[in-house]
Each structure stands twice: as C-alpha cells, then as structure tokens.
Design a protein around this ligand. Structure first.
Ligand SMILES: [Mg+2]
Length: 344
C-alpha cells in the first residue's frame, strides 16, 4: 500500500472537477487508521455507513463487509450500514480505526456472504420521488466526479447500450461448482453475441472489481471472439439513497454512464437488466427486472430467459427512445412482435 492519499478518496485526475463541485455544509473529512497507516476520507452527512465503508474500501481494498469501524463513544452504531453519518457525532479531529483484512479468497467470500433475499416494489410515485430528490442528484454528481469508467473497448457510434448485472442475472453465485461454467446462465455467450450487433455491453455488479474481472474472465466473457465488453463497473459506482418506506439502500444510477459518454449513451438508448428492481430506482424507465437464475443444477436445462430476451432486445433495437416502452411487459412485446411478423 502506498502513502495515504493527500486529501480525498478521489483519484488525482478528478481533483480538478471535485474542486468546482458545490461543497455541502455537512461535508466531513475523516481520518481512518488501518494497519499502521492513516487515510483521509471525505464523505457527507447524508451518506450512510455503507457509503463510508465503500470509500474506505477504495483506499484500502478491504471489502466493506470485512470492515469493523471503531470510534470513541458511539457504541456499535458503525456496525449498522443504514445509519446516516449525520446521525453520528463524528468530528474531523477524532480518528476512526478500521479493523479488517484484504480479501484473499474472494470466491469463498461470495458464498458465505449473507444473501439479499428481499427485493421490493417501490410505489410508482416514490420511485419518481427518489430520482428527483436534490440530495440524490447531488450524490450522483459526486459519483460522476469520483468514479472513473475504464473502457476495455471503444464505444460504437449508433449502438444502444445494454447494462448487465452479474449475480443471479448471468450467474448463480450461491451454488457451488468445481467449474464456474456450470453456474453460468444458459445461452449467455449466444445472447451476448446476438445483441452485440445492436448494443454496446457493460457489466455492472454490486461487488468488487476484482471479483467482476475474475468471474467474467472465468466465464470467458472478456475474451470472446464474437463480442466485446465495453466496460465493467463495480460497487464503488453505486450510490446510497433513502426511501420513505423502504429505508436506505444502494442502487445503480445510469446517469453516471450517461455523464461520462454523453455522445454515445442517454436515457433514450440504454436498458439495464437486473434481478433486483431497486437498482433501477434512479432510472426506472431503463430497467428490466430479469427472473433470477438460481439453483443452477436444477434449472440450467430449462432456463430460456436469455433466449427470449435476445428476441426482445433485437425487436426494440430500431426504436429511437426505448425508455418510452414499459419493459415490465417485455414478454408480451416479443409475442406481439412474433405474431405481427407471422401475419405480415
Ligand atoms: Mg443480481
């Protein structure tokens, strides 16, 4: 580990844009001690403990779930990821201590992590509310300043953008196998090959970049001769939002990608597949909730989801504004389209 970053968790390339960002009153600069070194972390009062841990992860590579944070006189409040930092009496002058080890066995780590069981429906009104809240837009702007998307392959003129989750979308990460290919969703390569004709492909997982690269590499997604992956995104690209009825949770704001590549991608030409609907909350019109691929051994002979979704993506590829569609009705769309073609 090199010397601590001078003043923030951002990379040096983004410090210029950070300086011009509006600094909220509640911005906090914290010193975190870990493994004999001190790190400076900049957060905001409306960030949650989960967000603080992600920032610390950026600097130390200790995964959030492996971090234990200690701070005088606040008991175990830092053990609750949903607590907002503004609810804690944190001071810039007092140092925080982190205990945690860098992950060696990241595969094992995935399997023993607690499963997110519940997805939830947010009311239509509330989804609108969350994406329009100034505090969430501010979080998105900060993320745009902080997060760098590395292009593995160039964006292509005139293509739409498909953003894919990994866990339960492309891969059953809860089952175990000697060979990860046994847990891959059926038809994954055929799907990616077919949609690549019309879509650039990005993969965005709520895990670490190390795991995303490892997993996609093992499945043969990163060096397939028939399609190319434009970029990979990880948990550090997510933001934490608060819902009145559902509390605090993380989501994947597509606005981050649109801000980085405005000449290629927008709300009009982007679609994201995820098994967790809440990940779309900042852009509900661009999300398609995919049926989770679980229990790979029982389901891999029957799961046709990617075959059917191939038809849907190709059927809508000519539509200028795909956010005008109701993606929750995607199965009917494909059916109607087939019928139309048969009767034509
Ligand atoms: Mg998932």
């Amino acid at each position: 580990m090199s010397a601590p970053a001078p003043s923030s968790s951002s990379s040096s390339s983004s410090s210029a844009s950070l300086a011009t960002s509006p600094v909220t009153e509640e911005e906090l600069t914290l010193t975190v001690k870990w493994s004999g070194k001190e790190y400076t972390v900049r957060v905001c009062g409306d960030d949650s403990v989960a967000e603080l841990k992600r920032r610390i992860c950026e600097l130390t590579t200790v995964l959030p779930k492996r971090q234990k944070l200690l701070y005088p006189k606040i008991g175990n409040k830092l053990a609750d990821d949903t607590v907002l930092l503004s609810q804690l009496p944190l001071k810039a002058s007092v140092k925080m201590t982190m205990i945690g080890t860098v992950e060696e066995e990241i595969i094992v780590d995935q399997v023993d992590s607690p499963e997110v069981v519940d997805d939830f429906e947010l009311g239509q009104d509330e989804a609108v509310d969350i994406k329009d809240k100034e505090v969430n837009k501010q979080k998105l702007r900060r993320r745009i300043d902080q997060y760098k998307i590395e292009l593995r392959n160039p964006c292509r003129e005139g293509k739409k953008l498909l953003v894919l989750d990994i866990d339960y979308t492309l891969f059953d990460h809860r089952s175990t196998a000697e060979n990860p290919l046994e847990l891959m969703r059926p038809y994954l390569h055929e799907f990616l090959t077919a949609v690549y004709a019309e879509y650039d492909i990005m993969i965005w997982s709520a895990t670490s970049m190390k795991w995303v690269e490892l997993k996609m590499g093992q499945l043969g997604v990163l060096d397939n001769p028939n399609y190319k992956i434009t970029a990979l995104l990880d948990h550090l690209a997510m933001i934490t939002v608060q819902s009145d009825t559902r509390g605090i949770f993380d989501c994947k704001p597509l606005g981050l990608i649109w801000a980085k590549f405005p000449e290629f991608y927008s709300s009009k030409n982007t679609i994201m597949f995820d098994d967790l609907r809440r990940n779309f909350v900042m852009n509900p019109q661009n999300g398609l909730t995919i049926r989770p691929f679980k229990k790979a051994y029982a389901n891999r002979d029957s799961d046709q989801e990617l075959v059917k979704l191939t038809q849907y993506l190709l059927a809508i590829a000519d539509i200028d504004d795909i956010s005008s569609l109701d993606h929750s009705k995607w199965e009917f769309f494909a059916e109607d389209n087939n019928k139309r073609r048969r009767h034509a």
